[in-house]
Ligand binder design. Structure first.
Ligand SMILES: NC(=O)c1ccc[n+]([C@@H]2O[C@H](COP(=O)([O-])OP(=O)(O)OC[C@H]3O[C@@H](n4cnc5c(N)ncnc54)[C@H](O)[C@@H]3O)[C@@H](O)[C@H]2O)c1
Ligand SMILES: [Zn+2]
Length: 364
């Protein structure tokens, strides 16, 4: 049986546009359409260098035959100045010019690194995103944030550089490890919570068997939400910050366990659940809604709480510390209801009190 039909996929391509102030570009979504011929055709029009990682290369070497490919080691550590420099040297060696194009084929690590390379090589060359992880499809490939890490922190060195196009082939998800799929779903759940209660309901009613059938439409919807936000606030000065819902706590969880206890999506899931508990404690959402959020996170194998709740006070202290540094009053993104957020102002003391209102034991 042909894979393309056995999963009930219809061969209907979908396109939407990101109308960012700096550039308007398409996002094309379909199942099973990016193959060797497609990439060859891209490389026919101009000189193309594909950047990918070893995992993706091992699985998809076939479609990359005959192309210039730079393969990095998988993982966050590759988003660094050393690898950045090595890729620049490779582009110089390949005589890439300003009219040529970098293609990022991989997850968010490849996309962020390749994007920063593309943004800076000769002051900016062509850039196409072909995301292969769910997180990259719904989040990192759209919106033009590109960066590498510095010893002092994640994404310290970066810029805004929109791609010329984003090509999403959901067939890549067939090889994505289960855990990566869950982490991508954390960002999908985020879109539902912050701006689309219907999407959240769809996730609530989704059964495992339906995943393949529904994921294309879900990715489309997430890209649509992100595209709208990015077109209003490309440089992250206002509304775009709602995309960080659950991320302040999530980052604190990730960093508390030295980036080896919880993956990004897991940290975000914990952060979102804590925010949902806060919304419940302040009577913005009902017990039933809190329960639904719990079930949805559980369905996609995402944690709601850190394994050792005794660590919680120290983790939260880190969050507050972080915010305290910004000044006396600071704003956090909170749930107003499912599908809508609001900015709430806190002082150090009021946040402490607020966090004290949630029953952390009950959260588990
Ligand atoms: N630019 C942005 O707006 C933005 C937004 C969110 C996250 N990010 C960045 O994205 C990165 C995380 O992205 P990620 O979760 O995709 O991580 P990743 O790129 O490390 O990919 C996760 C893992 O999945 C593997 N993989 C990817 N596609 C695969 C496939 N089709 N089949 C099998 N294996 C596959 C990768 O090799 C890797 O091991 C972080 O560096 C984060 O900072 C950027
Ligand atoms: Zn995230």
């Amino acid at each position: 049986v042909n894979d393309k039909t056995s999963n009930g996929h219809k061969n209907d391509a979908q396109t939407l546009y990101v109308a960012a102030p700096s550039k308007c570009y398409p996002i094309n979504i379909n199942y099973g359409w990016i193959d060797h011929a497609f990439l060859k055709a891209l490389a026919h029009e101009r000189h193309v260098v594909v950047i990918t990682d070893e995992n993706v290369y091992a699985l998809y070497a076939e479609i990359l035959k005959g192309l210039d490919v730079y393969v990095i080691k998988p993982g966050e550590a590759s988003k660094c100045l050393r690898v950045y420099g090595e890729i620049q040297a490779y582009l110089i060696e390949k005589n890439l010019t300003r009219t040529d194009t970098i293609v990022a084929l991989g997850g968010g690590v490849v996309g962020d690194l390749a994007g920063y390379v593309a943004a800076t090589y000769m002051r900016g060359i062509g850039f196409i995103q072909i995301p292969t992880s769910l997180l990259a499809m719904v989040d990192s490939s759209v919106g033009g944030k590109v960066a590498i890490n510095h010893g002092a922190g994640k994404n310290i060195i970066g810029t805004f550089y929109q791609p010329d196009a984003v090509y999403i082939d959901t067939a890549f998800l067939n090889t994505l490890p289960e855990k990566e799929r869950s982490c991508g779903m954390a960002e999908v759940i985020k879109y539902g919570l912050i701006s689309d209660s219907a999407l959240f309901e769809q996730l609530n009613h989704m059964v495992a068997l339906d995943w393949q059938q529904q994921i294309k439409a879900i990715i489309y919807r997430c890209c649509e939400i992100k595209a709208e936000i990015v077109s209003k606030d490309e440089e992250d000065k206002g509304i775009r910050q709602i995309l960080n819902f659950g991320h302040t706590i999530g980052h604190a969880v990730e960093s508390y366990y030295h980036y080896s206890g919880y993956a990004h999506g897991e940290g975000v899931a914990i952060g979102m659940y804590m925010k949902t508990c806060m919304a419940y404690a302040s009577k913005k959402i009902s017990k039933q809604e809190l329960e639904t959020v719990r079930q949805v996170l559980e369905k996609f194998n995402l944690p709601r709480q850190v394994r050792n709740t005794n660590d919680l006070p120290s983790i939260l202290k880190e969050v507050i510390h972080d915010k305290k540094a910004e000044g006396k009053c600071f704003k956090l993104i909170e749930l107003k209801r499912i599908g809508e957020t609001e900015m709430v102002s806190y002082t150090y003391e009021s946040l402490l009190q607020r966090l004290g209102e949630i029953n952390h034991k009950e959260m588990v």
